[in-house]
Design a protein around this ligand. Structure first.
Ligand SMILES: [Zn+2]
Ligand SMILES: [Zn+2]
Length: 195
């Protein structure tokens, strides 16, 4: 935690590849050969990193793919149910495609739910998976999300705060962490603490 003074965006660690000071939540991607702010993961399908600059677009991309799969599945089922004569191999091919599509749809839907959860709690895949190995998250209780400002504010920031400038998030102070780790009570529902 010494490298990360709480309440600041300073990190006294220089990336040995880019030769720049890495702010908190940044990670060097060896595939892209650059440091990525709010690094989520390197997507091999898209051939780029998912980070602060494009995570929102990535979420919309998954949603679009999910809707596309649903629509294609609907068309396949309509084809199978249609009362017209067709070759057996055409029916077999459509059934096979429908099975592949269903598997893809399950994967996409789970990915969409997973990334929605990350957005609502202001986390990244990297932070979730490597929580115990990331210095600024080490020692923080598993149920505490240090960068979360409540579900509504997290979603608003994620979707609307895009001014072209990258946002450096300060690390929470010990007091803020203590506040965030406090269990929820009935009065918290009234004051919308979780929002
Ligand atoms: Zn770097
Ligand atoms: Zn990358």
């Amino acid at each position: 935690m010494g490298m990360y003074p709480p309440g600041t965006t300073i990190r006294t660690l220089t990336c040995s590849y880019c030769n720049i000071e890495q702010p908190p939540r940044a990670k060097h991607c060896h595939d892209c050969d650059k440091c990525v702010l709010q690094f989520d993961h390197h997507c091999v399908w898209l051939g780029t990193c998912i980070g602060q600059g494009n995570h929102c677009r990535f979420w919309w991309y998954i949603l679009e793919e999910t809707v596309l799969c649903l629509w294609t599945g609907f068309l396949y089922i309509t084809f199978l149910k249609a009362d017209i004569a067709r070759a057996w191999w055409k029916v077999g091919l459509v059934i096979l495609l429908l099975i592949i599509l269903s598997i893809s749809l399950i994967f996409l839907f789970l990915l969409l739910v997973f990334h929605s959860y990350l957005i609502m709690t202001n986390q990244t895949t990297f932070e979730l998976v490597r929580r115990r190995r990331i210095p600024y998250l080490r020692g923080v209780a598993g149920r505490v999300h240090p960068f979360s400002d409540g579900v509504c504010r997290n979603i608003f920031r994620f979707c609307c705060e895009r001014s072209g400038m990258y946002r450096l998030e300060p690390l929470p102070t010990a007091q803020e962490l203590e506040e965030k780790s406090r269990p929820y009570t009935c009065s918290d529902c009234v004051t919308c603490r979780c929002c």
